[in-house]
Design a protein around this ligand. Sequence first.
Ligand SMILES: [Zn+2]
Length: 399
Amino acid sequence: MFIQRALKVRIYPTSNQRTFLNKTLGCCRLIYNLMLDDRIIMYNFLKDDPELLHAFRYKTEKEYKAEYDFLKEVDAFALQQSRRNLESAYKNFFDSVTGNRKGEKVGYPRFKAKKEHHDSYRTGMSIKADLDKQTIKLPKIHDLVKFKHRFNIKSWYRYAALKNITISRSASGKYYASLLYEGEQDYTGYSQSQEKIVGCDMSLARCYVDSTGYSPGYGREYRKIEQKLALLQRWLSRKTKGSRNWEKLRVRIARLQERAAHIRRELQEQESFRLIKEYDVIVIEDLSIKGMSRGLRLGKSVMDVGWGTFVGMLKYKALWHDKTVLVADKWYPSSKMCHVCGWIKEDLMLRDREWVCPECETEHDRDENAARNLRAYGKRVLLQRQELTPMDMGALAAL
Ligand SMILES: [Zn+2]
């Protein structure tokens, strides 16, 4: 099955290129408005004769070009696309009126104002993109246009075909290109091997540990706050509930908790960004089980570590940057299995932070071993061509 995906990048046109892009944007807007104007005039003229109105043949881009010479200087495909945009604006309007289109009512096509917040045009002929050199080739622009993409571009794009490019200018004057690619939904064997995969095991003390052994840790301030909180909470339990001292202590605790939450959030933002930037596929464990098993011992604090928030950040950043977050099966023994020989240590306890495999005698850090197993799980899923659909489909829907 073929699917389409868009890669949005920021482009950095030179001043000449910028002039050309602005001119194309302006011409696309002009031709759209001219065509709309003609349609309105003809409607007023022929509204009592629907048959004639329906049969009326409007001018094409070519005829407008004869009238307005400067239209010849810009991208022809983009002008053509403007007409298509107008035609679909009409179609949506009529379908909305006749009830053929579900959802919110679509209004009559409007003129495009010059000072619009956001302006764009689409082009599709003689375009190219070099994902390694980060350049794109646009019609009628001799030199390549540079783009910058801070993220590792998924290998899927390298095996897909570039269909069209939408150039847009934001209200603040930044330029972007949205590259639409079409390719096989299933990764081919060798593009899979190029996907960068990482496994992450959530950790209480270290935020998470990844399959390379890296873990961020919350830092000294956070640990101090934790210690202080434990102490204050013990004091609080000895005070009379509702008393003045109890109330004062309660506020102190709440402030510290907010401070801790802030530190945690900052770190999670930073770390989820790092993971999405460096990897294509991030494999995590199913937290419902982990939360439960640890919850028995740790009580409420498990709820406070914000693993759910962290996973949420990973997921929305993955959607945004077309990466994949893969959640391992609930029953996959990521902690109990030796990543070297596959031995499953059934009697591994929660308090065992380090353990030695009885089979191959490898010494394990509990979290790192789990993260490595999660990575292996992800690799296997990719190789088995099991669909990565939950996030991929989401990415598709977000186009
Ligand atoms: Zn082993």
